[in-house]
Design a protein around this ligand. Structure first.
Ligand code: ZN
Length: 87
């Protein structure tokens, strides 16, 4: 009884150290540059980054304004191409 409890505790602790022992930096999800673990924003592409995941990659924070601007710019580009070349 006492032995199995101690074993379970040791197992859990070992898993934690395996997951985070080798992670000293996180990678930007946009440009894959290495960032400090406590970085809130990529200094290269200015993407807002979240916490590091177990693969050493920063989680991307959803940026709805950027999504909408991207869609608008694509729609206007396609509209412009239609107007300029297919008229
Ligand atoms: Zn970046």
């Amino acid at each position: 009884m006492r032995g199995s409890m101690a074993l379970a505790g040791r197992k859990q602790k070992k898993k934690e150290t395996v997951d985070f022992a080798n992670i000293l930096v996180k990678r930007c999800p946009e440009c894959f540059i290495n960032l400090p673990l406590d970085a809130k924003e990529c200094f290269s592409c200015h993407t807002r980054v979240g916490r590091v995941d177990k693969f050493g990659r920063a989680r991307k924070k959803p940026n709805w304004i950027a999504y909408i601007l991207c869609i608008i710019s694509w729609v206007s580009l396609i509209a412009y191409i239609n107007w300029a070349f297919l008229n």
